[in-house]
Design a protein around this ligand. Structure first.
Ligand code: NAP
Length: 249
């Protein structure tokens, strides 16, 4: 399994759970090598196989190099979690710059497309051979309830990027449905991770609690459980699904 942005937050919880379930896990990161290495060490300490691999998912050359290393060191890919994602500071559209939108879409959308393209080449029963794969597989994309709510007054660009992830999930799922690959998405609600601090609102998850029907933010582990289920054989008939895991939000 390859988990992009697997060193922290939802990605780290997913990589750790995958390690417990017997996957060999490639833990991708872009800048925080210490966190990614810690996740790898925890998986190895539990008897699992794992590898930390640096790449900016929005950079094609880095994504290709990451896949080459995963092919070499872990063998054929059977599962991809497109988890790497960013928000930005709270701004109304009128204040936002093109540079902000370019980064938002480069990481959240093009990163997901790039990593999925390389996964499909390896998993598809129509490809195979060249990459030693072709045995099928599963992909889970991280969307957000923001795709439905729109992010007004906060980050409409992030919400639009996640809307693109939803559309891409539905389309790719149907494109490869007869090639042994299932593609689904999870739409988390408000989850306690560092992402809120990175958007300048470290207390956002707790502040939002009263606006969530279950009256609390979710945990990264609760999202990881949904991701692992969608990747598992237990979800063998689920493809093109977009699953809200949001405490009702
Ligand atoms: P997080 O704690 O901020 O972690 C983000 C991860 O993404 C980090 O591991 C980071 O790598 C990685 N990353 C960022 N840019 C990257 C790039 N260009 N290339 C590769 N990796 C990159 O975020 P999170 O809350 O766990 O969110 C994970 C996903 O869930 C995101 O797609 C997010 O949009 C989505 N989501 C989160 C929430 C929430 O409330 N937390 C809600 C809805 C959806 P480094 O460790 O190297 O910095």
């Amino acid at each position: 399994m390859l988990v992009t942005g697997g060193g922290r937050g939802i990605g780290a919880a997913t990589a750790l759970l995958a390690g417990q379930r017997g996957y060999a896990v490639a833990v991708n990161y872009t800048s925080d090598a210490t966190s990614a290495t810690a996740v790898v060490e925890r998986i190895r300490a539990g008897g699992g196989q794992a590898l930390a691999v640096q790449a900016d998912v929005s950079d094609e050359a880095q994504v290709l190099a990451m896949y080459a290393r995963v092919d070499r060191e872990l063998g054929p890919l059977t599962a991809l979690v497109n988890n790497a994602g960013v928000v930005d500071s709270t701004q109304r559209l009128a204040e936002q710059s093109l540079a902000r939108w370019q980064r938002m879409f480069a990481i959240n959308v093009f990163g997901t497309l790039l990593c999925s393209r390389e996964a499909v080449k390896r998993m598809s029963t129509k490809h195979g051979g060249q990459y030693g794969g072709g045995q099928g597989g599963a992909i889970v994309n991280l969307s957000s309830v923001a795709a439905q709510l729109g992010g007004a007054g906060q980050y409409v660009d992030y919400a639009a990027a996640k809307g693109a992830v939803d559309s891409f999930t539905r389309g790719l799922a149907r494109e490869v449905a007869t090639e042994g690959i299932r593609v689904n998405a999870v739409r988390p609600g408000v989850i306690e991770t560092d992402i809120h601090a990175s958007g300048g609102q470290p207390d956002r998850a707790q502040r939002m609690a009263g606006m969530i029907p279950m009256q609390r933010p979710g945990t990264a582990q609760e999202i990881a459980q949904a991701i692992l289920w969608l990747l598992s054989n237990g979800a063998s008939y689920a493809t093109s699904a977009v699953l809200d895991v949001s405490g009702g939000r």
